[in-house]
Design a protein around this ligand. Structure first.
Ligand code: ATP
Ligand code: MG
Length: 355
């Protein structure tokens, strides 16, 4: 049995804490189930690396990553480096060139979490699909007359037909694979009359390939209201890089905590390794205290196993995590009193019961 080869990039802040917690859990899962082997290679990129080398990743970073089946990522960002420097230095420097164009974020109300929504008692079960390679975050634009009163800055959202088509098709396929077969396409095509209108046109044309999927479109502002007021009316949701960045934080908060939210950065063509990471960031306010919630990274690892073909192991891991949360072994962000290691130990004990 060839082991799954995983590059782990713990990064900054609580990244190393949640990644090391996840490695322990995956090793236990592999040991107990015996259906897959997994091999981790530590990759030391992050802000310490940047301070020593003047850059976040080396020249041959992409060649290095292409040797692996997948990447498990923690977080990047530090209080003494501007966020746009660390983000573009590491995360966006990997996502773009590896063409990890689909950012997938499952959002579900989880046992042991409290949602701010009453209606969520019935449960939220969404699949958010974020365009991850272009749009508002394509880095296009510039500044002129710097420092002067008439200084101007442009931030150009660049959309391509190829880029839009592939993410919309991926979203329809995702919706088709889920029981409700329902997709909502989010744009802002009333006030943005170029890229957003192209999104609407392409959505309507790709929809014809999926007659069994019910779909509708929403303006992003109205969508925030619908997520709060009618959460059960939604299933799969797709939108641009910026819109889904914002909506997925809202979604994570509505489901209970950013500490449990997972994300996958996928190359659906499978030419490059995909990257899996919790939605939360480096959280320096709790770094080093050993209290970070590792569940978002566990869940991301379950998504990774599923992507790599280990669906049974992935489902079993998710069940174990849910059991542990339901039994109240949760960290302070979910109102519990466990530290990170206690959650790891509880999940490992649950996994051992599978043996
Ligand atoms: P970054 O700049 O990397 O995005 P951040 O600190 O600005 O990091 P988050 O890491 O998303 O943003 O944290 C937002 C808040 O949520 C912080 O107060 C943090 O302590 C809390 N938080 C985030 N992740 C977790 C976690 N895994 N467990 C517990 N609390 C968390
Ligand atoms: Mg931040």
């Amino acid at each position: 049995m060839a082991p799954l080869r995983i590059a782990s990039i713990p990064g900054d802040g609580i990244g190393p804490e949640v990644v090391s917690a996840t490695i322990q859990v995956l090793q236990q899962l592999s040991k107990t189930l015996g259906t897959f082997e997994i091999d981790f290679t530590h990759v030391p990129w992050g802000t310490d690396y940047y301070k020593k080398n003047g850059r976040y990743i080396p020249d041959d970073a992409l060649t290095t990553l292409r040797q692996f089946d997948a990447v498990l990522f923690g977080a990047v960002g530090a209080p003494d480096v501007p966020d746009h420097v660390s983000l573009w230095g590491l995360l966006l420097a990997i996502r773009g060139p590896l063409q990890l164009y689909a950012n997938v974020r499952p959002v579900r109300t989880f046992p042991g979490t409290k949602s701010p929504l009453d209606t969520a008692k019935k449960g939220i079960d969404w699949m958010l699909v974020r365009e991850n390679s272009e749009g508002e975050y394509s880095g296009q634009g510039g500044r002129s007359h710097v420092g002067q009163q008439w200084e101007a800055a442009t931030e150009v959202a660049m959309f391509t037909r190829v880029g839009i088509e592939r993410i919309i098709r991926f979203a329809f396929e995702t919706a088709q694979s889920r029981p409700k077969k329902q997709l909502t396409v989010v744009t802002k095509s009333n006030s943005m009359r170029n890229g957003m209108v192209l999104w609407d046109e392409i959505a309507a044309s790709v929809a014809k390939e999926f007659p069994d999927v019910t779909w509708d479109k929403m303006l992003v502002d109205a969508m925030t209201v619908r997520m709060v007021m009618k959460p059960q009316s939604l299933d799969t949701i797709v939108g641009t890089n910026l819109h889904m960045d914002i909506l997925s934080d809202l979604a994570a908060a509505l489901a209970g905590s950013i500490g449990i939210a997972p994300s996958s950065n996928l190359d659906p063509t499978r030419k490059n390794p995909s990257m899996f990471e919790p939605v939360h960031g480096s959280a320096f306010d709790i770094t080093g205290k050993g209290i970070a919630n590792p569940v978002g990274t566990f869940w991301s690892a379950a998504e990774m196993l599923s992507w790599l073909g280990e669906k049974d192991a992935s489902n079993k891991l998710l069940v174990c995590i849910e059991e542990v949360c339901a039994a109240g072994f949760v960290t302070a962000d979910l109102g519990g009193s466990c530290n990170t290691q206690q959650v790891v130990d509880a999940v490992c004990a649950e996994i051992q019961k599978l043996g």
